[in-house]
Design a protein. Sequence first.
Length: 93
Amino acid sequence: MEKSASQNSGKPLFSRSCQPELKVCNVGLSYLDSQGKVAFLKTVEDMNGKVIAREACTLNDFKDVRTCINWDDGTSHRDMKDSNGVWSKVADQ
């Protein structure tokens, strides 16, 4: 939280978006990592606000591929963003 706040004029950069078709909402805290890449911590919540996933993610330079690590079990996955801004898992792992 401090890192995000220090990089954004003292205010952490939070975002929230919901996906009604999946009945989940994503909450993120963005910051620049030590290599200058956009990174964020993300939680996925169900309709009752229960956290069902927690991840640490980084974006590539084009901001259209993200690599995420589940901070509960250590598994990772990659997602790609299409031209409509919709993220989909990549089956390359």
